[in-house]
Ligand binder design. Structure first.
Ligand code: IMP
Ligand code: MG
Length: 179
């Protein structure tokens, strides 16, 4: 069994401040308009929940589920699969894709292509974390709470092998072999 060490990285107070700022910025940018927040499952659910409470607009909420990892890995397989589609029509809507983290950018690149065909009025990307040093696809988040270095992080929705999503703060995950 591998041993996991969780090193505190971003405190819940700091997350709350940034999420509030992002919500206020989205409120200003889309003043007088409706927005459709689409959370990318599963990682973005906690962020979307807090973000939506800080957006003072006419808001619709939906989710989309994709998968890009196979098994116990901390790097993407590069192959993105649609697991569960959005339940709302997108035509004419201001779509805001809400992600936990933009890493290689392959997931959002796939989603942008898939969803732009449905003729939304606009597509924006709002991410909690951004790891620009690992980018492969041409994705630039419109809204980002924290830019982070190339570290694997968990908590506040982010997982390793489906664990740690419920933690209220963000931690660096250090994996060591136990022998
Ligand atoms: P991308 O397609 O490489 O941009 O990866 C996006 C997805 O990979 C995110 O939505 C996460 O689910 C996952 N991911 C990337 N980096 C991390 C990390 O540090 N911790 C947990 N999940 C991650
Ligand atoms: Mg994700």
């Amino acid at each position: 069994m591998d041993k996991h060490v969780l090193e505190p990285f971003i405190k819940k107070e700091d997350i709350a401040v940034k999420v509030k700022e992002l919500g206020e910025k989205i409120t200003r940018d889309f003043k007088g308009e409706k927005v459709l927040l689409v959370g990318v499952l599963k990682g973005a659910w906690m962020f979307l929940s807090d973000l939506s409470k800080n957006i003072d607009l006419d808001v619709e909420i939906s989710f989309i589920s994709v998968s890009s990892y196979v098994g116990e890995k901390t790097t993407t397989s590069g192959v993105v699969r649609l697991m569960c589609d959005i339940d709302r029509p997108l035509e004419g809507k201001n779509l805001i894709l809400v992600e936990d983290i933009v890493d290689t950018g392959l997931t959002l690149n796939y989603l942008k292509k898939l969803l732009s065909v449905r003729k939304p009025k606009s597509i924006s990307i709002c991410t909690l974390l951004d790891k620009p040093s690992r980018r492969v696809a041409p994705i630039n988040p419109d809204y980002s709470a924290f830019e982070i270095p190339d570290e694997f992080v968990v908590g506040y929705g982010l997982d390793f092998n489906n664990r740690y999503r419920n933690l209220p703060e963000i931690y660096k995950l250090i994996i060591s072999e136990d022998n």
